[in-house]
Write a protein of this length. Structure first.
Length: 76
């Protein structure tokens, strides 16, 4: 299966990099927000669409997903 869009990106390879669809969606959406707010792309030839660039960055291992430690007494 491939992600359809400006370019086809192999979903299986993306999932192999991140380990889960949930982690992929969270990491790519956060990175797409950063790109939309002006952060430079971490890959050569970025797409005009931030979401496609974020997925390509994930495919090339440039972005990842890390769970932040909760502070004591925090409800989040």
């Amino acid at each position: 299966m491939k992600v359809q869009g400006h370019a086809e990106i192999p979903l299986e390879q993306l999932l192999a990099k991140t380990g889960s669809l949930y982690k992929l969606v969270i990491a790519a959406s956060e990175r797409a927000k950063e790109l939309s707010n002006g952060s430079p792309a971490l890959i050569a030839n970025p797409s005009a669409k931030a979401t496609i660039t974020a997925l390509r960055e994930a495919l090339h291992g440039k972005i990842g997903y890390r769970i932040k430690a909760q502070e004591k007494g925090s409800s989040k």
